[in-house]
Structures are given as C-alpha cells and as structure tokens.
Design a protein around this ligand. Structure first.
Ligand SMILES: [Zn+2]
Length: 88
C-alpha cells in the first residue's frame, strides 16, 4: 500500500463562491449570508440557514442543558518547539 488518500482540504468545487445555498432543513434557496460559516464544510457554510440553525439550537440547548461541553478546546502549543532549541 503506497498510495495515500488525498487530503480533503484540497477538494475544490466547480462553482466559484456560490452566492446562494439550499437549506437542508427548510429546503429554501437562501443567500449564503443567511448561513453561518464553517470551516468543516466544503463550501464554507453549514447546511442549514441561520433561521433553522437558531431554531434547532434553541431546542437542542434544552436537551443539552445537563451535558457540559469541554472548556477551551484545543490548546495551542508554544510557538517555539523545545526540540529545535539547543542550550549549548
Ligand atoms: Zn432553513
């Protein structure tokens, strides 16, 4: 096995910067300004429009009240690697 799977970040869409997007929740075509940006999605915006997202988040939040999410997230390591630094 010598072949590596292509990195997903390199994937490009045929259409350059779409101005509208179909909401996966309400099914309406809306300007991308109505969608929240996301770096996890290929076109840069989440699949549901802000209206649906906030509506869903509101009901989701009640279900998740008991569950705490981890604080902080990924800690960024020091800019200087200790391996590259030599004391002598
Ligand atoms: Zn929607």
């Amino acid at each position: 096995m010598t072949r590596k799977p292509a990195p997903k970040v390199a994937r490009k869409l045929d259409v350059a910067a779409p101005t509208t997007k179909c909401c996966a929740s309400c099914g309406k075509d809306r300007p991308v300004a109505k969608f929240l940006p996301s770096r996890f999605v290929a076109d840069g915006f989440i699949d549901t429009c802000k209206t649906c997202t906030y509506a869903n988040a509101d009901s989701d939040r009640r279900q998740r009240e008991t569950r705490k999410r981890p604080a902080g997230g990924v800690a960024v390591a020091a800019t200087e690697s200790p391996l590259r630094r030599k004391a002598w």
